[in-house]
Design a protein around this ligand. Structure first.
Ligand code: OXT
Ligand code: ADP
Ligand code: MG
Length: 576
């Protein structure tokens, strides 16, 4: 028989309780998800407080879209789903653009949103922030789940984590109705209901016959080209990818966010000979890159008239033949595929024909030589090249810094000018060309890696997430923002000849964005020449203090839509 004291302990243990709040926190922690990006409010304010109390790092933003972009890029950098936490309807909708962006870019992310009461929402009786969020999210993400019972929280998170990171990564929505958080259950039963996800992104081993087919096609090439995309950067198989590219001897072309996977100054890098290699290659091997608009769908003028064969390495089988025929599909995760390719290549591999390598080198050297003098000008106001020339040197001297980049001219010219030296150091607008990813990406990059961050922003691009400079100051993050201030979108010189309103593409002339940073206690600098810019960026990177540099750019220096002006539709009617 139990004595009285033992009896009481047994009863206490039986009565130890947990609730929805704590089960959500425990589910995240159990799966190593220790950072959350979000905006508080009903019904998740206490959840954020409790998360912080339980050791989760909660980054509280000024707008959910920026928190969502932070979570998306955290997913890209860490291969774990980035978590964004929002309130119901409007907060959820603010986070949704980022969820769709994550899915489009194949970044793992989970948008966790509080929601209103199901019974009221389904009868459309007008609850606080009423919305059928699950239905709205479904078409915009890889998977969407709702948890109604505290006992299912563990399973809900397990499903969300697996869906986000397995196969082709993407965005997942997890709907948590307000009532769930207060639901109480026995603590022991609660603990047992949680799931530590085992092997969330299982290796997908390619078939040996597919590996052989890919190598046969590659070996047959007279003018091979390897295109590395952000899927290859995501895979974190950096050494194997480098060995494979070097063994193949083929020129490689990095897509924007794959720059640095092998250094841009690597002798096989064909970044500065882009048009030539795309047009003239006879065999093109895509590694974690899609033949979407950024590669002219594998067709047309970009690719020239000569027939080409494509090899594609991708985890998603349905990507094959999406735009053109793929002669050698190689389906699997990039780490496993590249390891298998290296293995099957054996001890020696024939170098590509010398005339091909020489023609690529000649074109590359010509383009680099043509650009060099433009990068050295010290004009005031600055042009893009003068300003980017100094930033290129700064990144060369600080290769582990993370470069964030958005804008039109600011994006396209920086991509070409600033060489990257290490993998996953260039983060930008991605597949959709989204303006507004800047501050969220900068914050997540600083938080997830602890490295210094340099954000090179068009003045328009910055405006989409500019309020987060307060967030940067609040968390005292080592972020230096350089705003290429040309007074507007593409250029600051447009005039509306039909009325008193300014043209649609221009902003207030001579704005001082640096004052925004000063308003929150950070460092603000107005830089009018490349020399001033260089001094200010180096000081910011040395100090690690939140800094915003207003870089004054000649308003006439840019071109419409940067390098993609050709995508603007033309009116057949005479322009007014
Ligand atoms: O081979 P060739 O001879 O052809 O030469 C190539 C390379 O070989 C060479 N090169 C080099 N030469 C020498 N040295 C080196 N190191 C070197 N490296 C390369 O350079 C050329 C060009 O190379 P590149 O760049 O690789 O090749 P190319 O042909 O340009 O590549 C094609 C693409 C398509 C792959 C490439 O251009 C690309 O990736 N583009 C991405 C474009 C993009 O996504 N843009 C963003 C969207 S634009 C527009 O939509 C904007 N909006 C609307 C809007 C958006 N987007 N989002 C939202 C939410 N709302 C609205 C807005 C509002 S932009 C914008 C704001 C713009 O204003 P800002 O003030 O922010 O910016 P500014 O323009 O600065 O004012
Ligand atoms: P980019 O814009 O750099 O060209 P994309 O986003 O178009 O790159 O393509 C990335 C591709 O990489 C997607 O098709 C995706 O399925 C694939 N991918 C992502 N992660 C992996 C991985 N670990 N292994 C294989 N393929 C991957
Ligand atoms: Mg601009």
């Amino acid at each position: 028989m139990l004595n009285t004291a033992t009896k009481n302990e047994a009863t206490d243990a039986q009565q130890e309780l947990t609730d929805g709040f704590h089960l959500v926190i425990d589910a995240l922690k159990l799966n190593g998800l220790n950072t959350v990006y979000g905006v508080p409010g009903i019904p998740i304010t206490d959840l954020g407080r409790m998360m912080q109390a339980e050791g989760i790092r909660v980054l509280s933003f000024r707008h959910e879209q920026n928190a969502g972009y932070a979570a998306a890029i955290a997913g890209f950098l860490t291969k774990k789903p980035g978590i964004c936490l929002t309130v119901s309807a409007p907060g959820f909708l603010n986070g949704l653009t980022a969820l769709a962006h994550a899915t489009t870019n194949c970044f793992p992310m989970i948008l966790v949103s509080g929601s209103s009461e199901r019974e009221i929402v389904d009868l459309q009786q007008g609850d606080y922030e009423e919305m059928d969020q699950l239905a709205v999210a479904k078409p915009l993400c890889k998977a969407a789940f709702r948890v109604l019972h505290a006992a299912d929280i563990g399973i809900g998170f397990a499903r969300a984590i697996r869906a986000a990171v397995s196969g082709r990564p993407g965005g997942v929505y997890l709907d948590l109705p307000a009532k769930l958080f207060g639901q109480v259950m026995n603590a022991e039963a609660g603990r047992k209901s949680l799931v530590k996800v085992i092997d969330p992104a299982p290796a997908q081993i390619p078939a040996p016959s597919a590996v052989k087919r890919a190598l046969d096609v590659l070996k047959s090439a007279k003018r091979p080209l390897i295109i590395l995309g952000k899927g290859a950067a995501y895979a974190q198989a950096d050494d194997a990818i480098r060995s494979f590219v070097e063994k193949s001897g083929a020129p490689f072309l990095p897509m924007s966010m794959a720059k640095g996977l092998l250094p841009d100054l690597h002798p096989q890098c064909a970044g500065a000979a882009r048009s030539t290699v795309l047009k003239d290659a006879d065999v093109v091997m895509l590694v974690g890159a899609r033949l979407n608009w950024l590669l002219s769908h594998g067709k047309g003028k970009t690719w020239g008239d000569q027939p080409k064969k494509f090899i594609q390495v991708d985890i998603e089988p349905r990507e094959m033949d999406s735009n053109v025929e793929i002669a050698a599909p190689l389906v699997g995760d990039i780490g496993s595929c590249v390891a298998a390719l290296l293995d099957a290549m054996g001890g020696s591999w024939p170098a590509p024909p010398a005339d091909w390598l020489n023609s690529v080198k000649t074109k590359r050297d010509d383009n680099v030589a043509k650009m060099a003098p433009r990068l050295m000008n010290n004009n005031s106001p600055m042009d893009y090249h003068g300003a980017l020339g100094v930033l290129r040197t700064i990144i060369k001297e600080r290769p582990d810094a993370i470069l964030i980049n958005e804008g039109a001219n600011t994006l396209d010219l920086a991509r070409g000018v600033i060489d990257m030296h290490q993998p996953r150091k260039r983060l930008d607008v991605g597949t959709w060309g989204v303006m507004g990813v800047g501050m969220g990406s900068a914050i997540a990059a600083a938080v997830e890696t602890g490295k210094p961050v340099l954000a090179v922003e068009g003045d328009s691009a910055f405006g989409f997430s500019g309020m987060e400079v307060e967030t940067i100051c609040r968390y005292n993050l080592p972020i230096c923002i350089v705003i290429f201030n040309n007074n507007g979108i593409y250029r600051g010189t447009d005039v509306n000849s039909a009325g008193a309103d300014p043209a649609t593409t221009v902003f207030v002339k001579g704005s001082r964005y640096d004052k925004m940073m000063e308003a929150f206690g950070g460092v603000g600098v107005n830089a009018t020449s490349p020399d001033e810019l260089k001094r200010a960026v180096n000081a910011a990177m040395d100090s690690g203090k939140p800094t915003l540099i207003n870089a004054v750019i000649d308003p006439a220096a840019g071109s419409e839509s940067g390098r993609i002006g050709n995508l603007n539709p033309q009116s057949v009617l005479k322009k007014k």
